[in-house]
Design a protein around this ligand. Sequence first.
Ligand code: G5P
Ligand code: MG
Length: 216
Amino acid sequence: MYTKIFRAVIIGAPGSGKGTISERIVKTFGFLHISSGDILRQNIINNTDLGRKAQDFINSGQLVPDEIVTKTMLARIREVGNKSYILDGFPRNSAQADILSAREQIDAVINLNIPHDVIISRVKNRWIHAPSGRVYNIGFDDPKVPGKDDVTGERLTQREDDKPEVVAKRLQLYDELMSPVLAWYAERGLVTSFKGRETKEIWPRVERFLKDKVQG
Ligand code: G5P
Ligand code: MG
């Protein structure tokens, strides 16, 4: 459908809708979704060496050390090869952004700008199917059967790091570490920001933006 290879990064605070918007990008444009958080959570479920190393950092709202995440993410990007992708959750600070820019040519940065009060009320209602990364929200994107994943029927869980005190910490860390990363991408003319309170107002704008980019 779309032949041009496009490499995008999606940036936004915890709970801003990066996963939700990425899922729609996957469905509409066929991009691959590479989510550092999903990869780390899958590793925790599978009790891998990486999962064991990452678990305590994630549950307490801290970043997993750069060398662990960077190695994993670069390997995944390499695996993807010559395909369009949307990177979600990586880079997460200036050091990761430097490493990524040395390896990959990023075509666009989609910045989701959602007020903190909206985020705090959303994450309380978030339920996930951790093995796949599928995300639900009570009252917004309900599973067909309460508490069960639509595709596998398996049990949904809440994220350990969605507890209010951990969310507050993640939001603070995000502002501190991502402001310079956003500024760095903005200086290079790569950032397009989408401001709003709801995915239904943001998604049509992201869709139009990407259509112009991939067809242009
Ligand atoms: P993650 O997994 O990267 P965050 O904190 O960046 O986590 P998160 O929480 O996954 O981001 P999101 O993907 O931006 O949020 O948001 P989402 O899941 O799509 O939407 C949030 C909720 O709102 C969902 O329930 C969704 O259904 C709902 N929703 C969406 N739109 C609407 C709407 O319009 N209305 C309503 N009512 N609801 C809506 O990172 C987690 C941890 O992993 C480690 C760190 O420890 C990090 O804290 N990590 C890394 N560490 C180091 N370096 C890296 N690069 C790392 N990457 C991850
Ligand atoms: Mg996410």
